[in-house]
Design a protein around this ligand. Sequence first.
Ligand code: ADP
Ligand code: 5GP
Length: 210
Amino acid sequence: MSSRSRLTQGFAVIISAPSGAGKSTVCRKLLQKDKDLRYSVSCTTRPPRPGERDGRDYHFLTTEEFKRRIHRDEFLEWAMVHDHYYGTPKRFFDDRIADGSVVILAIDVQGANTVRRKRPQTVTIFLMPPSWRSLRERLLARRKDSADVVERRLANARGELSQARYYDYLVVNDDLAQAVAHIEAVLTAERLRVGRQELSLDGLPDVVRR
Ligand code: ADP
Ligand code: 5GP
């Protein structure tokens, strides 16, 4: 685990944000910079956007296959978002945490609620756009959704933003590099929690050993 001390227990970090606020962009940067992070690839029934790859961005499934996996209890959580099913594979989440990894999930506010309840050690970060105007501009700039899809996503954003108060951390994605640095600061602090580190007391002063 590079120069860091080993984690006795991994943990998960949820990043939620209204669509277009920059979750995917921020996650990509975090994963490039920190090779110890593991990304939880969600399953979805929505069609791939140009440039998206099956197995890397999402596992793209038919509705029938998604429902089969619900019945087999393969999701830690699943939700209907913007008229499509999305879900977090349970096995990847639990296995990676058991092996001491830090798992990043980019999921919506419903998913965050469920995971918070089922896995209370999960750290939650809400990523805010700097303004409504910039949210609309970013959704349009991405140019991967039709106009009516963009409007639906903006309408949903209101409800999502009202959930920000239930998160552990709030990060504004105005300047990208600064937003990434703020999330890295959260990850550093969470890794340093006493309960998550192996305490090796050999060679430390008596006062610590006692
Ligand atoms: P999400 O995954 O939250 O739906 P994306 O990561 O796809 O959002 O970002 C939406 C658009 O906004 C993309 O075109 C992306 O390049 C752009 N974007 C992301 N972060 C910033 C930022 N800090 N400043 C300006 N544009 C950004
Ligand atoms: P998009 O289609 O823009 O990639 O994602 C739409 C919304 O679905 C985003 O808010 C995203 O965070 C959310 N989402 C992606 N994967 C999951 C998941 O596995 N579970 C839940 N609940 N939401 C997800």
